[in-house]
Write a new protein. Structure first.
Length: 193
């Protein structure tokens, strides 16, 4: 019984670790802030390369200027292409995953909403529904707390049942071992006669 529960615990632990890595990898690919961070790093690296090329010591001024302009225009077109290709990349990354696509759309919407200032009508609308939002928040908190309490109680009951069952089985095994020991002792005494 103890080995089975230990094996189950190890299996659960391994599955949790496996899922954590998978979830982290998915999150890294779809979180808008991380996508922006990767794009920003790419553009910064590209701009740093341009700076080094511009500030270096060219052999001739004409070659350097035309080379720099060519590289700059290539870099700008590359950045423009990357930005214009972003929706297609997001579409490819989320193909067949409507939940991920929805999460990305929600993140983009939240980002845009955070960047735009609130208008007077929006402020009035928020003030009008704020009491209902507070009441709904409290209701959700209460429901969540009740669900947590129920789950906690159920898990404690299940743990107690498991403990009782294990104790009962342990007593049965101990009784059987005592009976078997007594039988061996009786058999040995009988043979000794």
């Amino acid at each position: 019984m103890g080995q089975e529960s230990e094996a189950l615990r190890e299996d659960i632990q391994q599955r949790c670790e496996s899922m954590t890595g998978t979830i982290d990898a998915i999150e890294d690919k779809v979180v808008p802030s991380r996508i922006i961070e990767r794009r920003r790093a790419a553009v910064t690296g590209w701009a740093g390369g341009i700076k080094e090329r511009v500030m270096g010591s060219p052999s001739t001024t004409d070659e350097s200027a035309s080379s720099t302009i060519g590289k700059l225009s290539h870099g700008v077109s590359h950045a423009t292409e990357a930005v214009s290709d972003a929706p297609a990349q997001v579409q490819r990354a989320t193909a067949g995953s409507p939940l991920i696509a929805g999460a990305i759309a929600f993140g983009i919407g939240a980002l845009v909403a955070a960047l735009l200032p609130e208008t007077g009508p929006e402020q009035r609308a928020v003030a009008a529904v704020q009491p209902q939002l507070n009441a709904a928040t409290e209701a959700v908190k209460d429901a969540g707390q009740q669900a947590l309490d129920t789950a906690k109680s159920s898990s404690q009951d299940a743990a107690q049942d498991l403990k009782d069952s294990a104790t009962s089985h342990a007593h049965e095994v101990a009784d059987q071992a005592k009976d078997a020991g007594q039988q061996v002792k009786d058999a040995a005494a009988e043979r000794a006669r």
